[in-house]
Ligand binder design. Structure first.
Ligand code: BEZ
Length: 218
């Protein structure tokens, strides 16, 4: 059996404040606490520039950037590569495919940011960041985290779906069921008192399985 590398550093968790940092990016120096004021942020890491799966994923973020703009969301990428590698890769993909990575990509050569965000998972790779996605709200709180291994690409539809889901729960104070997509019925929070329960039982405006599982159209 291979020996496990134990990592004593704290991993960021859902509900935590997003750790602040200053980093060199393809759009110049970024200080996270000053980045994307009053906006959502989707921050994602990729293992390495000039690799095939990463090229498809970064192209996915780039080609759907207008949807993130619509959702008041800034994108920021990261890998443990130099700024020179980032610039050469952005230029190469633009020349070969016409797709332009028009968002900052952090050059995290000293691994400062990847360690801060738990993107470096040494039993998967000691030198490359895993495929992480952090969904960070306008108050700079981490709201959802995805981690994928090096050899499996992410799903852009799912990334956009969960971003819309988070924004919907915030706006309407509802919860969302299995496989929810925008436009589908949402879950009304269950009653917390006997009076609320009785009111819910009498409420004929909702689609109910029982008082604790009720749905409505937004
Ligand atoms: C890729 O993006 O293709 C890749 C990167 C690192 C390890 C495996 C695959």
């Amino acid at each position: 059996m291979e020996e496990q590398i134990l990592n004593p550093t704290m991993m960021p968790r859902i509900g935590d404040d997003a750790p602040d940092f200053t980093a060199v990016t393809t759009k110049g120096q970024v200080t996270f606490s000053e980045f994307a004021k009053d906006k959502w942020v989707v921050m994602f890491s990729h293992p390495a520039d000039f690799t095939p799966v990463c090229t498809t994923e970064m192209s996915g973020f780039a080609t759907r950037k207008a949807e993130f703009d619509e959702l008041n969301t800034e994108l920021i990428g990261l890998s443990i590569d130099s700024i020179h590698a980032h610039l050469a890769w952005v230029d190469n993909v633009r020349k070969n495919t016409g797709v332009y990575f028009d968002f900052p990509i952090i050059a995290d050569l000293d691994m400062k940011v990847s360690k801060l965000y738990g993107m470096l998972q040494p039993n998967e790779s000691q030198t490359a960041a895993v495929r992480a996605v952090f969904f960070i709200d306008p108050k700079k709180k981490i709201r959802l985290i995805m981690y994928y291994p090096l050899n499996v690409g992410r799903n852009m539809d799912e990334i956009i779906r969960v971003l819309k889901a988070l924004q919907t729960t915030d706006k309407f104070g509802v919860a969302l069921p299995l496989n929810w997509t925008p436009g589908e019925k949402v879950i009304v929070p269950p009653p917390k008192t006997l009076d609320e329960m009785d009111a819910r039982i009498k409420d004929d405006s909702l689609e109910k399985v029982d008082f604790y599982l009720a749905k409505k159209t937004l």
